[in-house]
Each structure stands twice: as C-alpha cells, then as structure tokens.
Design a protein around this ligand. Structure first.
Ligand code: GLY
Ligand code: MN
Ligand code: MN
Length: 475
C-alpha cells in the first residue's frame, strides 16, 4: 500500500517560520557574481548630467525615483525598465531606488537610496519572488554601486525620514500616486520639464550610445530581411518578423526600444500596427518600424518599407517614390538653426503635391497647406519628427521641445519620418492604392559643428536601392 505523505491534509509549513530551515539555508553560500554592471562611460556622463541639472534648477532639492517592474497579473511582473531621467542622472538602471540631489549652497550633493540585495541570512533571500536572490539572481551590494557610480549610497530604509528633512523638493521619476502619498511628496512636473529640456542636447557619450543603437538596429533589419522568404510562407508572418527583430534586439542590446511594428499590405497604413498578427503579402509593401535599445537604454527608431519579394508592385513603387521625395525634402530642411517643424512642412508640401497630381486631393495644394485646410492630412495624421534618446519619443515633457519655434541646434537627435497611409477601406482612393502604406524614418544628429549627420544612412531609402537592399538580404 502507498504510504501517505507525512503532512497529508495539513497546511504546508511556512518556510520563514521553520527554524531548522531558515538556519540551514542561511549558510554555506559562496559570494560571487555580484559586480555592479554599468556601461563604460555611463557614470562619468551621468555626473556631467547632474552638474547640468544642478546649474539649471538653482538651489532646490531634487528627488528622482527609478520605479519598479509593473504588475502583470497576480504575482507576476513585467520586465523592469528603469526611469529614463533616473538613468540620465545616475548612469544605472536600479529597481526600487531613489536619487536625492541636495542643494548645498552652491551646487548639489548626490545621494542614492537603494534596497539592499536579499542575500543569505535574510528571509527575503528565499521568500521574495520580486527581489530574493534565489528567485531573481544575484545583485550588487550598496558598496559595489557606490564604487561603480561615484555616488554616496544609503539603505533605502533611511529614505522616508531623509525625505521629511527636505523642504518642498522637486519630485520626478517613475512613482505611483500611492508612493507619493507614502512619502508625503508632491510631483509638480517642473523638474520633468527641465530634464526634458536638458536631455534635448546629447553629449558625445550619448551620441556613441545612439550610434551603437543604430548599428544594432541595422543588423536587426538585415536579420528580418533574411527571414522574409520563410515569413511569406507562414500564417503569422508579421509576428515572425517582429519576433526576429526582438530576438536580435534582446541579444545585441537591452531589447526593442518600443514595440516593434511589422505591417504587411493593408496593415502598413495603420500607424502603430503592433498587433502583428497577419500574414506577409508578397506583392504589397511591408512596413517595418523598429529600433534596438542599447544596454545603456538609448534607442534607435528606424522605418523602412520594403517589398517582401525584392520588387515593388507598381502601386507600391508609386507611393514609395512620393514618400522618398518627401523624405529628401524633409531631410534638406532639418538643418542646424532651422525651425523644428520645417522638416514637417517640407514633407507635407511634397505629399500634398503628389496627392493633388494623382487626383486624390480635391482642393488646391495651397488650400490644403493652409492652416484652415489640411485635407491632405487624411493620409498622414501624424507628425514627421520627434526627439530621440533614452526614450523613443524623447523630451516629451518639455514645453518647447516640440514647438514650431524651436530651433534645431548642435546636440539634438531627432527622427524624420514622412509617410503616406492609404487605408484599405478609404473610399476616397482608387482601388489599386487602397491598403498601401509607406513610411521612411531616419535618425538625424546635428553635430557640434552644426553639420547634419544621418545616423541611419547605412539603410538606403531610395526606391530602387530599397529593392536592391532587400534582394541582397533575402535568403
Ligand atoms: N516607432 C514610433 C515612431 O516612429 O514614432
Ligand atoms: Mn519615430
Ligand atoms: Mn518609428
């Protein structure tokens, strides 16, 4: 007869209350594998960033939270992605952390509050699925971070009482309203605006990160093109290509910098087609909008619209040619000292002209381009440019970063991304153009000498060159 387990029918013992177990599991562990991992140069760049914020904000105390992984369901969490301003100011992505910059009369003293790792000897080591080392792997200690970052580090258990000593601090970063209440803090948004303004001007180290992000992304586009033949054959080819890029991004960087878009045929005109549950239609344009985020958390943002077989259909070629012409005009306008929206206006002029020539725009180009017209925007409702950096839509909290009046200036990195989006069910269109969507997106840097550099020019955008590029990567 089978013997019953000794506790059959009784509650499972709570491990943290079992003396023999807690004593036994606290002992005989080797220490190792707990170095603070930061990207070379990140700590030095972050120190400069803190100095810039200190000079800009005056003698106010600043508090920035790094955030923690959002709950997915029950006790399962999404992957952690650190708050970008926290990363910009510390050089590190550390969950459950808080940075205080204390005004000291002339500048600021930085202090970082961290949760100590849950190592052998504390119950959380084995009982906390969120940060126990047995659950999530080893993590550096407070001293390791202090050495790696050059910032004084304190146990986060001191945070609440230290926050009470601050008078009316500027609060930012990733934290919930519950956490604000817990610490009796008020998020006013003013430091967010300032950080967005400061982050608009990238330094040399940040440009290196963005160049690395672009290089990895170009590799990702090549990996995607190499899977086209297979993707055409399967039911959810879009998913396969999205997954191909994401695997590449997670292997050669931190991951995708935003949800990757692979939109085939009638899905291409949907601006943020992240569902990606459709097939790859061989003779229709395929829109790929993807970017790798580096380990330092800077991302590229690139779109190419390619013919899955290597040859555009006549309708695909017609629309791609127009977008490429608009893109050339936009790039020519996106130069040092130009206004931020000049690129968009230049692109819109070309697009409205093309739509008029094709008989789609029923009013004159002048009327469409006038502030009270805008009829051409039915086919491109989105903007043509955004800042790029730690966030794909970077500097979004600034009052001026997206203003028509903003002048492009050295250090800025932004996208130029005109498109024409002919939806499949749009009755204003001739049938052969319905379901054709094309976007071309490059990442542009204004260099310290004012010259424009297209960071993403390893990928061609001329229609014929896109065909040749695709053919050369098909396998
Ligand atoms: N990938 C989102 C965008 O292009 O803005
Ligand atoms: Mn973009
Ligand atoms: Mn994009």
């Amino acid at each position: 007869m089978r013997r019953k387990p000794p506790h059959s029918g009784k509650p499972r013992p709570k491990l943290s209350q079992v003396g023999a177990f807690t004593q036994m599991i606290a002992q005989d562990w080797e220490v190792g594998g707990r170095e603070a991992q930061i990207v070379p140069g990140a700590a030095q760049a972050a120190e400069q960033h803190r100095n810039r914020l200190s000079a800009a904000i005056g003698q106010r105390d600043v508090v920035i939270f790094s955030g923690h992984a959002p709950l997915r369901n029950n006790d399962c969490y999404f992957e952690y992605r650190a708050d970008s301003s926290f990363v910009w100011l510390t050089g590190a992505a550390i969950e459950f952390a808080c940075l205080i910059l204390r005004a000291n009369g002339k500048s600021h003293d930085a202090e970082l509050y961290l949760k100590p790792p849950a190592r052998p000897g504390v119950n959380e080591f084995f009982s906390s699925a969120a940060y126990g080392e047995l659950w999530v792997g080893p993590s550096p200690g407070l001293n390791d971070w202090e050495t790696a970052l050059g910032i004084r580090v304190t146990d986060i258990s001191e945070l609440a009482s230290d926050l009470e000593k601050l008078e009316n601090p500027c609060v930012s970063g990733t934290l919930s309203s519950d956490e604000l209440t817990q610490y009796s803090l008020l998020a006013t948004g003013e430091v967010d605006k300032l950080l967005s303004d400061l982050r608009m001007y990238k330094d040399a180290w940040e440009i290196e990160q963005l160049q690395a992000a672009v290089a990895a992304s170009v590799g990702g586009f090549e990996a995607v093109a190499a899977e086209l033949t297979h993707a055409i054959e399967i039911e959810r080819g879009e998913r396969w290509l999205q997954g191909t890029f994401d695997r590449h991004a997670r292997t050669f960087g931190n991951g995708p910098g935003f949800t990757s878009i692979a939109g085939s045929g009638p899905h291409a005109p949907t601006l943020h087609w992240i569902r990606c549950d459709g097939p790859i239609i061989a003779d229709m344009p395929l829109l790929l909008d993807m970017g790798v985020e580096t380990y330092s958390l800077y991302t590229a943002d690139i779109t190419r619209t390619i013919p899955p077989t290597g040859h555009f259909s006549p309708a695909g070629r017609q629309v791609h040619d127009l977008v490429a012409k608009a893109h050339r005009a936009a790039l020519a306008a996106a130069v040092n000292r130009a206004h931020f929206l000049d690129a968009e206006y230049a692109a819109m002029e070309v697009i409205a002209g093309g739509l008029h020539d094709w008989g789609i725009l029923k009013v004159s180009v002048d009327e469409a381009l006038s502030p009270d017209g805008q009829q051409h925007r039915r086919y491109i409702v989105c903007g043509v440019s955004h800042h790029l950096g730690l966030d794909v839509h970077d500097c979004a909290k600034s009052d001026s970063a997206y203003d028509a009046g903003l002048h492009l200036a050295p250090g800025m990195v932004f996208t130029v991304e005109p498109g024409v989006y002919f939806h499949a069910h749009d009755l204003t269109l001739p049938p052969e153009l319905r379901g054709v969507g094309v976007r071309i997106e490059d990442d542009v840097w204004i260099r310290p000498d004012g010259a424009q550099q297209i960071l993403t020019d390893a990928l061609p955008f001329d229609t014929t060159e896109v065909e040749e590029w695709t053919q050369s990567h098909l396998s």
